[in-house]
Design a protein around this ligand. Sequence first.
Ligand SMILES: [Mg+2]
Length: 354
Amino acid sequence: MSERIRKIIHVDMDCFFAAVEMRDFPEYRGRPLAVGGSEKQRGVISTCNYEARKFGVRSAMPTGRAIQLCPNLLVVPGRMNVYKQVSGQIRAIFERYTAIIEPLSLDEAYLDVTDATLYRGSATLIAEAIRSDIFNELHLTASAGVAPIKFLAKVASDINKPNGQFVIPPNQVQQVVDKLPLEKIPGVGKVSLEKLHQAGFYLCEDIKQADYRELLHKFGRQGESLWKRSHGIDEREVVTERERKSVGVERTFSHNIRSYDECWQVIEQKLYPELEVRLAKASPDKAIIKQGIKVKFADFQLTTIEHIHPQLDLDDFRQLLRDVLQRQNGREIRLLGLSVMLKPEDRSKQLSFF
Ligand SMILES: [Mg+2]
């Protein structure tokens, strides 16, 4: 994998379920509306429009509580089949611009447009075009965020919501990240936020200035992830459904390792047996097309190597390990992973996702 700068768009529909209802039923417009379960059945709100949000109604709130806050709230049960169908139409619009699409839910997706050719590859213009296609063709609004890394694209799509977009260019990443409150980082929930505040951490720059080992000690895996995000690091690729058809195992070391022999020992004794088990569970009868090794070096650079190989094969990983360590340049290794890619299923089957 190269170090080149990526262009990632996060597209997020504005109060999607409620917006579809307002589009299809004009009588719902201009009044507080929510899609959700009924109060009688102790349901919860799944989405609400902006009129309802003014009263403090939120997703995942019990419907009874929402009605207390907003007595005029109209709660409708929702039409999941329609939302799925619209989601498919939105996806078809994305596909005009890139093939690398990672849906997060029916109304939200990451797009990698690094190699897109339309609009001379301008992610800003592509995001605008996608939003105007959605508006013109589906009569719905979307917000978008553009950034070189995933989590910031998601943060950015929230900034000018609804019906807006925000771009974080590569040279402004650190500046934006520094002033970012920790609760804006996807995955930081109420409980961890409280813990972070107790430890005196409010903004990413607080984390950046903290001692890495102390963070790891206090917050474990999340500490590591926060440390990375606070340095503007997010190596996660935009993963399409097709690519997701893979099985992998990995290990982050508490003490970095360095030599081929140390790596091989981990692979032979730990990772390979884990991979065998995982594979047997995940997809016992699927054909394998590739196997690969992932290495993360002490400086957090992540590299992967894979080659076409029709079966799981321990010996074959020896050569892959030799090859991938060619990229080591004296660096220590903090993570090792093995993966196999499975033969994709029929495209027609995958469409059922939407
Ligand atoms: Mg949304």
